[in-house]
Design a protein around this ligand. Structure first.
Ligand code: FAD
Ligand code: UDP
Length: 370
């Protein structure tokens, strides 16, 4: 296989698929390999009884980036799904994100003015915190004790397997806070789920490109290194460099899936369980992503899990210790001629799908100009 290809792309996830698509469009010969038995990486869907099951966790496409929105719409049509998760705490349901509905459910306040006054009263106790040193301080300063204790603390601590006092403050800044009756989880201009799930998007991106599944780059590294002029690697960067600067930490997930012989289990795509004692963080009911009317339903309990070799690395743990290790790998990567690194595993970053697409397009543009 001596330099048969211009590009070997390791990983058939979203990053690899977008890059491969652009390279092929420019007339490059591409080979995509993936160690899994399917394309799509973490956005892969499995069809069960007509329901597209998000096998690696719920994926909702949302973006403010018009270029990315137009890009994906070339390949698939999106439905009008709007993510409006519920939170279950001690038997009661609350709307998310934190908005007038939530404030009404918590305190009975009906107007934005009443809600703001209530939150000010809750925050007053934590006025003395100027620079929040951790997630707990950040959350208490932001919303006070009631919201923190019922909707944040338990969920966060089980999600990350650590006390909120040890977690970085920035994690919680991701939650929008609104004084309107509006349960849309995201503020972005564009949102939806591809009609038919995510597989048609990946299939369109990879159309006409040779893909080999069940193929692990590390099992025959020297052969793969010699088969193409350039390599794009989208796997774990620490593994690529044989862990010589140390292991990067991740948080993993365990998905417990049930196919139920009923039409509707919870009436919503996502219900979070915010109590510490409930072992899972959320239950996903997949049919609701596409307004399904099938006679049965598929639900998934999402259990946070410690990461260990053999488990999927889902969430990078971007603390100082890990970022130091990652930066050492980044330096090594910069010294590798003809090898590109991209995607969430090689960049050791949590990236939403829109950011993943934007980054892949960007990398291709740079490569093209090179
Ligand atoms: P991946 O999808 O991980 O693809 C990498 C591929 O490389 C994999 O298929 C893997 O098998 C392959 N690979 C790795 N090593 C090797 C090797 N040695 N040899 C061969 N192949 C290899 N984003 C949103 O916008 N909205 C959401 O709602 C959302 N929900 C999410 C929920 C969860 C639980 C998680 C973890 C992520 C979520 N995301 C969401 C982010 C989204 O999953 C990513 O943006 C996207 O999947 C990243 O694509 P990727 O190609 O970088 O990585
Ligand atoms: N979070 C929370 N309660 C919830 C949902 C989220 O406290 O009901 C916190 C939690 O710390 C989580 C963070 O907000 O890690 C980000 O939530 P998001 O829904 O963006 O997480 P993802 O879907 O990416 O796991």
């Amino acid at each position: 296989m001596m330099e048969k290809y211009d590009y070997l792309i390791v990983g058939a996830g979203l990053f690899g698929a977008v890059f491969a698509h652009e390279a092929r469009k420019a007339g490059k010969r591409c080979l995509v390999i993936d160690k899994r038995n399917h394309k799509g990486g973490n956005i892969y869907c499995e069809n069960i009884d007509g329901i597209n099951v998000h096998k690696y966790g719920a994926h909702i496409f949302h973006t403010d980036n018009k270029e990315v929105w137009d890009y994906v719409n070339q390949f698939v049509e999106f439905n009008r799904f709007t993510n409006s998760p519920l939170a279950s705490f001690e038997g009661k349901l609350y709307n998310l994100p934190f908005n007038m509905n939530t404030f009404y459910q918590l305190w009975g306040v009906r107007t934005p003015e009443e809600a703001k006054a209530k939150i000010e009263e809750q925050r007053a106790e934590f006025d003395h915190i100027n620079e929040p040193a951790n997630l707990e301080e950040q959350a208490l300063k932001l919303c006070g004790r009631d919201i923190y204790n019922s909707l944040i603390k338990g969920y966060t601590e089980k999600q990350w397997g650590q006390s909120a006092k040890e977690l970085p403050a920035f994690i919680i800044k991701r939650l929008p806070f609104r004084f309107r009756y509006d349960n849309n989880y995201f503020n972005d201009a564009y949102q939806g789920i591809p009609k038919g799930g995510y597989n048609p998007l990946i299939d369109s991106l990879l159309e006409g490109i040779e893909v080999r599944l069940n193929t692990n780059y590390f099992e025959n590294r020297s052969m793969w290194d010699n088969c193409a002029q350039h390599i794009l690697f989208t796997g774990c960067i620490d593994e690529f460099f044989d862990y010589q600067c140390g292991h990067l930490e991740y948080r993993s997930l365990r998905f417990e899936q049930h196919h139920l012989n009923i039409e509707d289990f919870q009436g919503n795509a996502v219900v979070n369980y915010t109590e510490r004692d409930v072992p899972y963080t959320r239950i996903i009911e997949h049919k609701h992503f596409e307004f399904g009317s099938q006679p049965t339903t598929v639900i998934t309990y999402e259990h946070p899990d410690n990461f260990a070799p053999g488990k999927e690395p889902y969430y990078p743990v971007n603390n100082d210790k890990n970022m130091e290790i990652f930066n050492a790998y980044k330096k090594l990567a910069e010294g590798c001629k003809n090898i590109l690194f991209g995607g969430r595993l090689a960049q050791y970053a949590y990236a939403d799908m829109d950011d993943t697409i934007a980054a892949a397009l960007d990398l291709w543009k740079k490569q093209k100009d090179f």
